[in-house]
Design a binder for this molecule. Structure first.
Ligand SMILES: [Ca+2]
Length: 199
């Protein structure tokens, strides 16, 4: 009898999968203060539509007020929350979310809570591999004496000869603001720390 019910359960599971009735994709959930009031909040990322991601925050200290950002047709899958860390100099964590995938790079959107609402602080791209002769990434670091992000991209001209571009952003009221002109140089090899999520 046990063997029969086991076989029956397996057949039902296979049928459910075939009919697309599998359990929905799981959500990612992080408990961390995002609005800077010192109370832990809930961050949830989950699939939206076929290939998108939605990120919501539930703010514990504000009577459970919630705020959300959605990214449709992003062609991204779990994990969506690539980094959760306070980097902008205001209390409360920033969220680095995988919001786009194309053949040449990944898009990372930085979200932050401003005045109780989840806002898009900035958008950055990454491609750590060198095989296609292009690479890019970014680092959280001081810009003009305050917290900021420097984004790098590289294009190979010939073996051992890569064009490097660095663009700087400062944090201002929860948003990334471009500062100064791009800096251009030539390097023999793009360093790994400048073609990854360095925050
Ligand atoms: Ca912060």
């Amino acid at each position: 009898m046990r063997r029969i019910s086991g076989a029956l359960l397996l057949a039902m599971a296979v049928l459910a999968l075939a009919l697309g009735l599998a359990a929905p994709a799981s959500a990612e959930r992080v408990q961390i203060d995002v609005d800077g009031d010192g109370v832990v909040d809930t961050v949830t990322a989950q699939a939206v539509g076929d290939y998108g991601v939605g990120v919501s925050v539930e703010l514990s200290g504000s009577g459970g007020a919630s705020s959300e950002q959605q990214f449709e047709n992003a062609f991204v899958y779990e994990p969506w929350l690539w980094r959760v860390r306070d980097v902008d100099g205001r209390a409360g964590a920033e969220l680095f979310v995988h919001t786009g995938h194309i053949s040449t790079n990944e898009t990372v959107t930085v979200l932050s809570v401003v005045d109780g609402r989840l806002v898009r602080s900035g958008r950055l791209i990454m491609n750590g591999g060198l095989g296609d002769y292009y690479a890019m990434g970014f680092r959280c670091r001081a810009v003009r004496g305050g917290p900021g992000i420097v984004a790098y991209d590289f294009a190979r001209q010939s073996p051992g000869h890569w064009k490097r571009r660095a663009r700087s952003y400062s944090w201002k009221d929860g948003r990334l603001v471009r500062v100064g002109p791009a800096r251009h140089s030539v390097v023999r090899h793009p360093p790994l720390r400048e073609r990854e999520l360095g925050c």
